[in-house]
Design a protein around this ligand. Structure first.
Ligand SMILES: [Ca+2]
Length: 399
């Protein structure tokens, strides 16, 4: 359903809001029942090694072709880490100026699909400007330890005050277009749900956009009406800090932060609306999750909005970093998702069936035991999983 693409949906919207309340509770229980305990033995086969490099608030990780790591640091620096993770080798110059207030700063990093022949590096970050701050996307060519030909490709509009919810992640598709995920910048509140910000297609708050790698708009994006921001792919997101492409497809999967509870895993389809702030399994921070009526829209998203594939409640895990495992080290994990958790200080393994329904959702014990806030999750060229932690470490998950 995509009813909110057009302004004519206001009446339906009002009806849905009026219908919210305790009646929606059984669907929440059904949702939770879908979370099988899974098979602990498989996940228990992994062990976590904390590598030697010391970083400052690392945020995003990308592997260079030679196995070294490019790591963004929140305050605005990009560094190269040795392939064995033992130490920082160099700092990269030429990074755009960032606004590191609040949750802002230098965020994700991704290499161009043709990096080997044309070494573009893509960065998402928070920048200051008229009205406050917003997320931006830039790229530069990595020449030695410097970024050259740095160009800003895209800017979130409008810039607003406050330091919350910048997103963001950059994910390339096989066709070499990219998805950029964006937060709502804290403009929407579950205590007073409105359609004025995240639900407005003319504002790139709480959205996913799809762009060509030079920042132009590719063919094939969904229609959101003539007032929509260029490149709009999906709407109704709160704060997406995890994103990954499902192998063998162009499907974007994301994790996003809920308010008090209600973190979500979503399959992001073109033209769809993911509900925020009109539907959420989370509650205002001032209220208890034990009050069913505290959930915007009653919690349940369908049929007006896209139902999340799984939610975390009553306690948020604050998901950040997401990857589909496709390596050889754990053949039994291929095609499964791994989601980092900040507040939850953990790594979640999530298995899907052929229809994209969650069949297993469980924490990886070796990572849980570390007690670290996990900011990013990537698969290394060696097939192990690599995690960044907020306390400045790289963790390698091995057998
Ligand atoms: Ca949602």
């Amino acid at each position: 359903m995509n009813l909110l693409q057009h302004g004519a949906a206001w009446a339906l919207l009002a009806a849905a809001l009026a219908a919210c309340g305790p009646a929606a509770t059984p669907s929440i229980d059904a949702h939770a029942a879908a979370h099988s305990a899974g098979t602990g033995a498989a996940t228990g086969s992994a062990r976590a090694s904390v590598l030697g490099a010391t970083l400052s608030r690392p945020w995003g990780l990308a592997f260079l072709p030679d196995g070294r790591m490019l790591v963004t640091q929140k305050e605005g620096t990009l560094v190269i880490v040795r392939a064995d993770g033992s130490a920082v080798e160099a700092q990269v110059s030429g990074v755009p100026a960032v606004d590191s207030g609040g949750q802002g700063g230098l965020l994700d990093v991704t290499l161009d699909p043709d990096f080997a022949s044309d070494p573009w590096v893509y960065l998402s970050y928070a920048e200051s400007g008229d009205g406050g701050a917003g997320t931006a996307l830039a790229r530069g060519r990595l020449v030695g330890n410097a970024l050259a030909d740095v160009t800003v490709l895209w800017r979130q509009q409008p810039k607003v005050r406050g330091g919350n919810h910048f997103g963001s992640r950059i994910v390339f598709r096989a066709d070499k277009t990219l998805y950029l995920t964006l937060g709502d910048r804290g403009q929407d509140s579950p205590s007073s749900p409105s359609a004025a910000h995240t639900q407005d297609p003319a504002r790139s708050l709480g959205k996913v956009v799809r762009l060509n790698r030079d920042g132009s708009i590719p063919a094939g994006n969904p229609a959101f009406g003539t007032t929509a921001v260029p490149g709009l792919w999906s709407t109704g997101h709160r704060n997406i800090q995890g994103a990954a492409l499902r192998p063998g497809s162009d499907e974007l999967w994301v994790t996003e932060h809920g308010p008090r509870g209600g973190d979500e895993l979503n399959r992001v389809l073109p033209g769809r609306n993911y509900g925020w702030p009109l539907a959420s399994y989370g509650c205002p921070y001032s209220r208890s999750q034990s009050e069913p009526g505290c959930r915007p829209g009653g919690g349940t998203h369908a049929p007006m909005f896209e139902e999340p594939k799984t939610t975390w409640q009553p306690t948020s895990i604050a998901p950040s970093g997401l990857v589909f495992y496709s390596g050889d080290r754990w053949p039994e994990w291929r095609g499964q998702l791994f989601a980092g958790a900040l507040a939850g200080a953990s790594l979640w393994r999530i298995a899907l069936d052929a229809n994209g329904a969650v069949t297993v959702r469980e924490e990886v014990p070796a990572v849980k035991a570390l007690g670290k806030r996990i900011r990013d999750v990537e698969q290394g060229p060696d097939g192990w999983l690599y995690l960044l932690s907020d306390d400045g470490k790289i963790v390698r998950l091995e057998r």
